[in-house]
Design a protein around this ligand. Structure first.
Ligand SMILES: C[S@@+](CC[C@H](N)C(=O)[O-])C[C@H]1O[C@@H](n2cnc3c(N)ncnc32)[C@H](O)[C@@H]1O
Length: 258
């Protein structure tokens, strides 16, 4: 049966592995369901984001979070990434994983830091105050203690802080990561022409609606981000990450040399 018809293929474990399409449907529903506890807005936000943004699928398909272990997500919003990863881990443990995808990452802890208290309240309502793996706290990522981590993610959030704070934060992330540690960040390439202008306009509109004040955004070209991260001692690879959208988003996969 083909992927388009929503069937399944034989898996390497001998059972029936879901096709990517079926898997993603189940995963999206599983991950979003958690946010019912936080209200309709939280649920539909998660549903839209997890189904509409290719980053969530690609993190799993390409195995970009291969290290697992202790994950810190800065600017985590209401914690959609954590709900996605936990649901993925559950499905993988049941043998439900698309053939040919990288193995599911396994996490020891998932810590999020988010500036907006409304998002933190939604996260706490969704995950509960005492989740065994997830902790989401209100704070400014430029000020919090990064702690002991294996992987740090900053997805679509670095451009909210000024250039000097970006550099200080990136340096602290680099120092907190062990050899082999991983830093993943998605940024907009400020030299990408109209796709960048579209994403920048969308960002401004969303930020204005959320915080009710005109946002200041601090963007850089892809070459500038790469140069900065390389100077801090990361090995940097880039992956386009705006498939299906008119945006200029790029994932920077930054590894600490072993
Ligand atoms: C575009 S949203 C992305 C949310 C989340 N990373 C995701 O991919 O779903 C950017 C988030 O960064 C948060 N943010 C901005 N500045 C921050 C700061 N200084 N410290 C912590 N969070 C911040 C915003 O409140 C917002 O929730």
């Amino acid at each position: 049966m083909s992927e388009a018809t929503g069937g399944s293929q034989p898996s390497s474990q001998g059972g029936a592995a879901p096709t990517p399409r079926v898997f993603l449907k189940i995963l999206r529903a599983d991950a979003s369901r958690l946010f019912w506890a936080a209200g309709r807005f939280a649920f539909f936000h998660a549903w839209g984001k997890l189904g509409g943004d290719p980053i969530f699928r690609e993190l799993l398909r390409r195995g970009l979070l291969f290290r697992g272990g202790r994950l810190l997500d800065l600017g985590c919003g209401q914690g959609c990434l954590f709900a996605w990863l936990l649901a993925a881990q559950r499905l993988s443990e049941r043998g439900q994983w698309p053939a040919g995808w990288a193995p599911a990452p396994r996490f020891q802890s998932l810590r999020g830091v988010e500036l907006m208290s409304r998002d933190v309240e939604r996260a706490v309502a969704a995950f509960g105050g005492h989740h065994p793996l997830v902790q989401v706290e209100q704070g400014d990522m430029t000020q919090v203690d990064v702690g002991q981590v294996d992987t740090v993610t900053v997805l679509d959030a670095l451009h909210y802080v000024d250039p000097a704070s970006q550099e200080r934060l990136l340096r602290r992330i680099r120092l907190a990561l062990p050899p082999g540690g991983l830093f993943l960040t998605r940024v907009g390439d400020a030299e990408a022409g109209w796709p960048f202008l579209v994403s920048n306009w969308v960002d401004r509109a969303v930020t204005l609606a959320r915080s009710r004040r005109p946002p200041r955004l601090y963007c850089r070209s892809l070459a500038e981000w790469q140069a900065l991260l390389t100077a801090l001692g990361f090995e940097v690879e880039t992956e386009p990450m705006s498939e299906g959208k008119p945006f200029a988003n790029v994932m920077l996969v930054c590894r600490v040399p072993v």
